[in-house]
Ligand binder design. Structure first.
Ligand SMILES: [Zn+2]
Length: 86
């Protein structure tokens, strides 16, 4: 017989999963600019297509990212930012 882990088990890391946002698709995510390397918050549109490709300018260096956004089954956004050359 194993005892279930207590909810405040020290091995539990809060912040990894937030119960409030568990069922909601990501509305924003952080992307590293492929040009200048800055981490920039990007707003997403989870109500749109499950896979989206569009161009968004970097807030920091203003160069155009080619973004590919998709959502996995858990509602987590998978975002890829590429340069124009790729
Ligand atoms: Zn940039």
């Amino acid at each position: 017989m194993e005892d279930p882990l207590p909810p405040n088990d020290p091995g539990y890391t809060p912040g990894c999963t937030e119960p409030d946002s568990l069922d909601l698709p990501d509305q924003e995510t952080r992307v590293f600019c492929p040009y200048c390397g800055s981490e920039v918050l990007v707003l997403l549109d989870p109500g749109g297509a499950t896979r989206q490709e569009y161009v968004e300018d970097c807030e920091v260096c203003c160069r155009p990212w080619h973004l590919t956004v998709s959502w996995d089954r858990d509602g987590h956004a998978v975002v890829e930012a590429r340069t124009e050359e790729d």
